[in-house]
Write a protein that binds this ligand. Structure first.
Ligand SMILES: O=P(O)(O)OC[C@H]1O[C@H](OP(=O)(O)OP(=O)(O)O)[C@H](O)[C@@H]1O
Ligand SMILES: Nc1ncnc2[nH]cnc12
Length: 184
């Protein structure tokens, strides 16, 4: 199932472009995974601008946008600029000089650890979390937990593509979760 009908024609048109421009790669990076490759979308100037605008439109006033390494960075930076907000890079372990705060989590294809600089988060800062794909929700849930442990007020999450069949939303209870395109 593709959720291409939101009732907003402009938003539906952006969702259709995402369907057209996100390449499906079977068995990558391991057998059984249908990988969503966003590079054709990023290379299309109009589509890139439209998805950034759509992803930013879900939030009101925010202080910071948190983006997950690596593909999340590509969307979170422009979304932060569009919202007049700062950027918090959520990095894979070992990439940030200390002091850092960290969390471990499970992926659709493996396990990972993420880190942030807690000093960049003022207590009560309103933070929007941005990433390309919501799959099992492990990355997003770990990011929310990490941000909250640093005093952030996570006001919502904005994704390009949600793989609804993997049930990621269930790991984000009580949070506003928006996606440009939802697929099974
Ligand atoms: O909902 P989940 O099951 O946690 O999966 C989603 C995450 O997986 C991908 O990142 P990945 O760790 O593959 O890193 P990359 O962006 O560096 O390719 C994607 O960009 C999300 O961050
Ligand atoms: N199927 C998938 N395609 C792209 N990124 C992902 N992250 C987790 N699962 C993914």
């Amino acid at each position: 199932m593709s959720d291409l009908v939101t009732g907003d024609p402009a938003r539906d048109a952006v969702a259709r472009r995402v369907t057209e421009l996100v390449r499906l790669v079977p068995d990558y990076p391991q057998p059984g995974v249908l990988f969503r490759d966003i590079t054709p979308l990023l290379a299309d100037a109009r589509a890139f601008a439209d998805v950034v605008a759509a992803m930013a439109s879900v939030a009101g006033q925010v202080d910071l946008v948190a983006g997950m390494e690596a593909r999340g960075f590509l969307l979170a930076g422009p979304v932060a600029t569009a919202l007049g907000a700062g950027l918090v890079p959520v990095r894979k372990a070992g990439k940030l000089p200390g002091p850092t705060a960290s969390a471990t989590y499970a992926l659709e294809y493996g396990e990972a650890e993420i880190e942030i600089h807690p000093a960049t988060i003022t207590p009560g800062a309103r933070v929007l979390v941005v990433d390309d794909v919501l799959a099992t929700g492990g990355t997003a849930a770990a990011t929310v937990g990490l941000l909250r442990s640093c005093g952030a007020d996570v006001v919502g999450l904005s994704f390009l593509v949600e793989l609804a069949g993997l049930g990621g939303r269930a790991h984000l209870p009580g949070l506003s979760v928006d996606t440009v395109l939802t697929v099974d």
